[in-house]
Design a protein. Structure first.
Length: 365
């Protein structure tokens, strides 16, 4: 019978405007050293508090407000996660065997709040601390339901990130194939939504209205798609400007326009470029799996178009459950579970944060 190592893990996420805490039970075989162990991960608790409403009147995330919100939410969120875990385990008080937290990339103040709190918990309990790469977490969560990420390309799309990453196993260093040169895709959604007076966050609102519009009504530009452009990079600031000019021209001429058509045409331009470049990147590196991650991965048109193009190219598309696409503690716990099973040493209580943490570093050492 194979000997299994079992441990529990508290994971904290605080890179932007969500304060997440998750508790996981991790089991893995550490007797076979011929290959990294693949852990069995059970989620015992998943609690998330969002400060989204506090940012709504500003039309985007305000770093200082996010940091203060994390300070207020961290202890209650962790306490609730511990209580849920204790109830599932049938014990009075839950203390984990290890603590993990996002240490980058992200908002500087937000990262400091979450990581400092996590290290304080770890030190008080006398357990090891792991500083996890936020982007690695978005990839790792895709493996929880069995996705093979040994030869994959990840398209991570959110309000802060738009990147194509080469993935050759969870917990291993990733390679950035391309990224946005200006606005992130989610940021473009928020800015267009504000321009149209639709509110914040823009993604869900535009997605809903787009279903009622004609995606071919307005020929908005597709940037970085010429032969001489970088194959895997993105740009969305020009598209945002094109939407603004269209609306301004219509208002100046006293011409009525369909907000639904604007939303549908804008969304089609974004999703067209994202999916074409993602499938192209997978083909360029010979990847067999395309993983979608980040908040924008919840977009219905992005999922639909990615599925169609991946199928046409003979590539397996994997999209985590919508709840796990946005920022949460489970993704950080998943990344930590794979790193621990692989024998990676803890980061230590002196582990710093890095708002620009590179994708090549899955854990801060």
């Amino acid at each position: 019978m194979t000997a299994m190592t079992e441990l529990t893990l508290l994971a904290i996420e605080s890179s932007c405007d969500e304060t997440g805490a998750a508790v996981m039970r991790v089991r893995y075989d550490d007797t076979d050293t011929s290959a990294p162990a693949i852990p069995e991960v059970e989620v015992l608790a998943d609690v998330v508090a969002s400060s989204m409403e506090q940012h709504a009147r500003f039309g985007g995330v305000v770093p200082e407000i996010a940091s203060r919100a994390h300070l207020e939410a961290l202890q209650p969120v962790v306490s609730e996660a511990r209580a849920q875990a204790a109830a599932k385990l049938g014990i009075d008080t839950f203390i984990p065997d290890a603590v993990a937290a996002t240490v980058g990339p992200g908002l500087a103040g937000a990262l400091l709040v979450g990581s400092a709190g996590a290290k304080a918990y770890a030190a008080a309990w006398g357990v090891p601390f792991y500083g996890i790469n936020h982007l690695g977490g978005h990839v790792a969560v895709g493996a929880l339901d069995g996705a093979d990420l040994s030869n994959a390309v990840a398209l991570l799309v959110s309000g802060g990130h738009t990147q194509l990453l080469r993935v050759q196993g969870v917990g291993r260093p990733m390679e950035e194939l391309g990224s946005t040169l200006d606005d992130a895709a989610g940021e473009a959604y928020d800015k267009v939504s504000r321009l149209l007076g639709l509110g914040y966050p823009g993604g869900p609102i535009i997605d809903k209205l787009a279903k009622q519009g004609n995606r071919k009504a307005i020929a908005f530009p597709r940037a970085m798609m010429r032969q001489q452009d970088a194959r895997h990079d993105f740009s969305f600031s020009g598209l945002k400007t094109a939407v603004a000019r269209y609306v301004e021209a219509a208002e100046k001429e006293g011409r009525e326009y369909s907000v639904e058509d604007v939303c549908a045409s804008f969304q089609e331009a974004v999703c067209d470029v994202l999916t074409k470049k993602a499938v192209r990147a997978a083909q360029d590196v010979g990847a067999t799996t395309l993983l979608l991650g980040g908040g924008v991965a919840a977009n219905s048109r992005l999922r639909e178009l990615a599925a169609a193009r991946a199928t046409s190219a003979g590539i397996t598309l994997h999209v985590p459950p919508i709840k796990l696409c946005t920022d949460n503690g489970v993704m950080i716990g998943a990344a930590a579970a794979y790193l621990i099973a692989a024998g990676v040493k803890p980061s230590g209580y002196a582990c710093p944060t890095d708002p620009s943490m590179p994708v090549e570093d899955p854990v801060m050492q």
